[in-house]
Design a protein around this ligand. Structure first.
Ligand SMILES: Cc1cc2nc3c(=O)[nH]c(=O)nc-3n(C[C@H](O)[C@H](O)[C@H](O)COP(=O)(O)O)c2cc1C
Ligand code: SF4
Length: 517
């Protein structure tokens, strides 16, 4: 039997991986090739997808990007024994993009069969949960706190402190909610882990259950991720059947179950309190805080809401101990961060590394500059509410505090690159337009401000009293920043103001009224 890995990841499926798998299955039957076809996750080198791998005595040899219709010729060329071919990549671990990474949370992604619990265990899976059950709730919270892990959903709140609050809160029932709404532009880390290593998220949620006394978990998953929905549902059923979930987690006295709930599709439903409303069957609208969800969350009960990557990072922290994780990174940004490279880049995909690389190294060296070959002009980090950074800020280290000091944010670590053809005035208008469409409407600065902002930038584009209208936009941004109820309205000023501040030449050359940082 020769093992052939063909990703089921959406990157690969979007480029024909399902057809390619069917072609190899047909060849296998017709030619008696003795192939075992496995559908794995992605290794994260999106520009090489669909990237298939063949297990040979010299290790797993990769080929890509493969196109539908190529299977016959590839088999004839001898790829099933690792033969040379123009699309031969070789061992993935030796590829410079992969070798430069520190794979912590993504160490199994693309390596294992995502739905095989045996494969998961053979690659270190469940060790974290076993240890968590062994050391007990307080020690688990202490370990996660000690690791320095901060929420990967955007706000960077310390995960251990959130868990402690829920552990200490009174409630007839407690919940763990995995935020898998992943609405930020240019982000796909949550999707990749759910498609490529779903048991890792399940294990992380169960560890959070042990730490807090929660007995029920929900994965709130966006409807645009059909592959992830199917994989997560199947993995949960298998974990249940194997006793990883259920009335006695791994044979212990802990009870923990998980359900997948599919969101109807609204950016604001990624905001934790809107998400709770949506989970409760209501229209997703932001709640006032306090009370914090950790005290009164889902159905009024203490609730941990964590991003998928925050939860999926905990099994390895528990298994290997907090100190190894804490040693990585810089300042208060500890551990690794799965950086997602998108937009106009040569090498798009997922790159997991300790915090601290400079933005310039990430864009120029890791992502290889622009796909168009033109100079980079702007980089938006942190999704649609993130600031646009010019090349002059490329020395900024990838670190929560360093980005905040430059009026930017890391968010969910999505990086979208633009070349010198980008029109920053249009980008500023788009930021308001996005906010106007996605606003939940609960507070006036965002509901009304986004629409007025869009109209005012349009006037500047049309050359209508640019200096006065720019001043108006700046006033409006201040009102939205300080008067909005949540970060959708509160952070929309970041892309707008950064575009005006760093690229004034695109705004009829008008300088900002108080531009100095
Ligand atoms: C408009 C808006 C959208 C958000 N979307 C997401 C999202 O898609 N995924 C996510 O994990 N967090 C999102 N967040 C952040 C969540 O509110 C929350 O901080 C996060 O889920 C907490 O998990 P963490 O501590 O693990 O980061 C969003 C916040 C806002 C204001
Ligand atoms: S800022 Fe916007 S999205 Fe947030 S509560 Fe106000 S209206 Fe809703």
């Amino acid at each position: 039997m020769t093992k052939l890995f063909i990703p089921l990841d959406s990157f690969a499926v979007a480029c024909g991986a399902d057809q390619i798998a069917e072609e190899f299955a047909r060849l296998n039957a017709d030619r008696g090739l003795s192939l075992q076809i496995l559908r794995n996750g992605s290794r994260g080198m999106a520009w090489l997808e669909p990237m298939i791998e063949v297990e040979t005595p010299d290790g797993r040899i990769a080929y890509g990007p493969i196109e539908p219709g190529e299977a016959d010729a590839l088999v004839d060329a001898g790829i099933l024994s690792g033969a040379g071919h123009p699309k031969r990549i070789g061992r993935v671990e030796e590829h410079p993009f992969f070798r430069a990474q520190t794979r912590h949370t993504f160490k199994r992604c693309g390596v294992i069969d995502p739905l095989s619990l045996d494969d998961y265990k053979a690659h270190g899976g469940l060790k974290g949960l076993e240890r968590a059950i062994g050391i007990g709730a307080e020690a688990v919270v202490a370990e996660v706190t000690q690791s320095g892990l901060r929420g990967r959903g955007g706000a960077g709140f310390p995960t251990g402190i959130k868990w402690k609050t829920v552990a200490e809160a009174e409630g007839a029932r407690k919940y763990i909610v995995a935020n898998a709404d992943e609405g930020d532009s240019g982000t796909f880390a949550d999707r990749m882990i759910m498609e490529g290593d779903p048991f890792c998220l399940i294990e992380g949620m169960a560890i959070a259950g042990v730490a807090t006394g929660a007995t029920k978990g929900y994965v709130y998953l966006r409807s645009e991720y059909p592959v992830a929905i199917d994989v997560m549902r199947e993995a949960i059923a298998r974990a249940h059947a194997a006793g990883v979930l259920g009335a006695s987690v791994l044979g212990s006295s802990h009870v923990f179950d998980i359900e997948v709930r599919v969101g109807a599709g609204a950016y604001v439903c990624g905001e934790e309190t809107s998400l709770l409303d949506s989970l409760e069957g209501k229209r997703g609208q932001v709640r006032f805080k306090p009370p914090l969800p950790a005290i009164q969350g889902l159905f009024g009960m203490p609730t941990v809401i964590n991003n998928v990557i925050s939860l999926a990072s905990t099994p390895e922290i528990l298994a290997a101990g907090a100190d190894g994780y804490k040693e990585l990174g810089v300042g208060r940004s500890r551990g690794t961060i799965p950086i997602q490279l998108g937009g106009n880049v040569r090498h798009g995909g997922l790159f997991e590394a300790p915090f601290g690389m400079t933005l310039g190294d990430i864009v120029n060296d890791v992502a290889g500059g622009t796909a168009s070959g033109r100079p980079v002009r702007a980089v938006q980090v942190g999704g649609p509410l993130g600031a646009y950074f010019p090349v002059s800020l490329f020395d900024t280290p990838f670190d929560y505090e360093a980005f905040a000091a430059k009026d930017g944010l890391i968010g969910h670590a999505g990086i979208v690159v633009f070349d010198d053809t980008v029109d920053m005035m249009a980008q500023a208008r788009f930021a308001f337009e996005f906010c106007a469409i996605e606003s939940c409407g609960k507070c006036t600065p965002c509901r009304v401000g986004a629409v007025r902002g869009y109209e005012t930038v349009k006037k500047i584009i049309d050359g209508e009293r640019p200096a006065e209208n720019l001043a108006l936009v700046e006033d409006l941004c201040n009102t939205m920043k300080f008067g909005s109820l949540c970060a959708l309205g509160g952070f929309t000023p970041y892309p707008v103001m950064s575009a005006i501040r760093h690229f004034p030449e695109d705004f009829h050359g008008e300088p900002m009224r108080v531009a100095a940082e």
